[in-house]
Design a protein around this ligand. Structure first.
Ligand code: G3H
Length: 541
């Protein structure tokens, strides 16, 4: 079969779907979690369609995966009330619990979560088109993240269990929760990225209102009961629906203490500016990026090509960390482009259950049309598509496009495409990519490909003051999750990692006293007689 024909017949018939991956039933979610109760919604719902269509005798047919509630301002207000009561100005059961007990609750949740792996992985495949192996990786990575966060929490607790004596003052410094946290994750990592904020927010003693992303929402249904059963009432509450209905009222109430949002800077700005007392409103934000690769003239193409293919095209380029523009030195451009085009031809395309598939249908409505417009615009300014069938569309599927030469007049030069389109800019002077990075609205990561330690050393010294991670002969990526993940400019605010997140969702707090004999005795008695959860020398093993 030719490549054209493979793309034209990319969607399966029902009998082509392996039984193992067949969704036995749709998920008609009526429930939402508030104050430890699964309340039943009788109002409007949102139908969820899969990006995967099936070939039928009457053409392509969309698959309905289920539906979820479109809540209103009223339910959102109930969620806020429940979270506030559970927090109770820091006096609620959850924020006042010893860390050890919160960890026990979390471990109970983790156990329940692990039993839902099959259903969650299946929905990751059908809701967002994530390849099976990557969906499994997302689930396992999230489990590891929770386990590692628990260990980091124990470590933080151990290291804060000592007393500090300085200039006649004795004190114990620990971390205390901030209040009610609003967590909102993105569609491309609907489980993992949501949980990289939700889990540390909970572990540090905050109560949470969680809004799953609009796409990738049904998979969370399988965890609702686990949330209900694993945590005290009001500690986790969920809302669904239009942001203007369920999120804006929360923000303008001024009662949300912290926003953890992974999405666009446009929405982040709207949310942040809606708070009546902005100085009280903390935020951790993971936003857009346009991570460049700089391919130096001496780059080893046997390393560079696979890293750039993975970096730009894994999960269709729908990663905030994806390589979204490649700067290639003129001396190596010809060889690089030939090999890159050939490598695209070897990338596996198809449905999420196909082994090692990289390119699958795209879940965002209108995405292939948007990407096609970017390609048309680039062509109008003189670019060509270098690989066979590049940019060919079949409904929600787009075959990767290698676009060259890209220049600053094209939208692809500065817009975050978040899809399988790879723009390549040729350069002679290293100041060209440096200037691009300095001028860019985004500043998350960069990859340098080259062989000379002197050139790389000098270049990375320039780049570390522009972005938050410089990768050498390696694609851009978030992991391993113990590494700090951050962005400058429009790419983010705050730092996430297993240990950084615990800090982001809490504030350093000290209990201090003048070092008198009387105060020492009070401290000793509080500790010895276990009169306080905060002031304690207990060490969690
Ligand atoms: O979409 C942004 C993700 O945090 C990227 O994570 O680099 O591990 O794919 P990743």
């Amino acid at each position: 079969m030719t490549l054209d024909e493979r793309i034209e017949t990319i969607f399966p018939k029902i009998e082509d779907v392996p039984e193992k991956f067949f969704l036995k039933s749709s998920v008609s979610q009526k429930e939402y979690l508030i104050n430890g109760e699964l309340r039943v919604w009788e109002g409007k719902t949102q139908e969820v369609l899969s990006p995967i269509s099936l070939v039928t005798s009457s053409g392509l047919s969309k698959i309905t995966l289920g539906s979820y509630p479109i809540l209103t301002e009223n339910e959102s207000a109930e969620a806020l009330e429940a979270a506030k009561i559970a927090y109770n100005n820091g006096r609620g059961l959850w924020p006042a619990l010893p860390v050890y007990d919160r960890i026990n609750y979390m471990e109970g949740f983790l156990k329940r979560m692990k039993s839902s792996k099959k259903e969650i992985v299946a929905l990751l495949m059908w809701e967002i088109g994530k390849p099976f192996h990557e969906a499994e990786r997302e689930f396992d990575r999230t489990v590891d993240y929770i386990t590692n966060s628990v260990e980091a929490m124990k470590f933080l607790n151990r290291t804060s269990s000592q007393f500090v004596i300085e200039k006649g003052i004795i004190g114990q410094i620990r971390r205390a929760p901030l209040g009610v946290v609003l967590c909102m994750g993105p569609f491309n990592y609907p489980l993992n990225e949501s949980f990289t904020t939700l889990i540390p927010a909970l572990l540090t003693g905050n109560t949470v209102i969680f809004k799953p992303p609009k796409i990738g929402v049904l998979l969370h249904y399988h965890l609702l009961k686990a949330f209900r059963d694993s945590f005290p009432p009001g500690v986790v509450n969920t809302v669904y629906g239009e942001g203007s209905q369920v999120i804006t009222p929360l923000i303008v109430s001024g009662e949300i203490d912290m926003l953890a949002y992974i999405g666009s800077s446009r929405v982040a700005d709207i949310l942040k500016s809606g708070h009546p007392r902005p100085h009280r409103f903390r935020a951790v934000l993971g936003l857009e990026a346009k991570n460049p690769a700089i391919i130096l003239p001496d780059a080893d193409l046997d390393i560079t090509i696979p890293e750039c293919i993975e970096g730009s095209l894994s999960f269709n380029g729908q990663r905030c960390t994806a390589l979204k523009i490649l700067f290639v030195h003129h001396d190596i451009a010809g060889r690089f482009l030939d090999k890159f085009s050939e490598a695209i031809g070897n990338v596996s395309i198809g449905m999420p259950w196909h082994e090692n598939v990289m390119i699958t249908p795209l879940p965002v409505t209108g995405k292939t049309e948007y990407l096609s417009r970017l390609i048309t615009d680039a062509r109008a300014y003189g670019a060509q598509i270098l690989n066979p069938c590049g940019g060919k569309v079949n409904h929600t599927f787009m075959y990767p496009a290698l676009v060259f030469p890209v220049n600053k007049h094209m939208r692809l030069y500065s817009e975050e495409q978040f899809g399988p389109v790879v723009p390549v800019v040729p350069y002679d002077d290293i100041e060209v990519p440096i200037h691009y990075i300095v001028e860019s609205s985004y500043a998350q990561q960069v990859s340098i490909f080259g062989n000379n330690q002197d050139t790389i050393g000098r270049l990375l010294d320039v780049l570390v003051n522009q972005v938050c991670r410089v990768n050498i002969n390696s694609k851009c990526q978030r992991g391993p999750d113990i590494f700090p993940f951050a962005g400058r400019k429009d790419s983010g605010e705050g730092t996430l990692s297993v240990s950084d997140a615990l800090r982001a969702f809490s504030v350093r707090t000290i209990v201090a006293a003048t070092e008198t004999a009387k105060n020492k005795t009070i401290f000793q008695r509080i500790v010895r007689e276990r009169r306080s959860n905060f002031l304690s020398t207990d060490v969690i093993p």
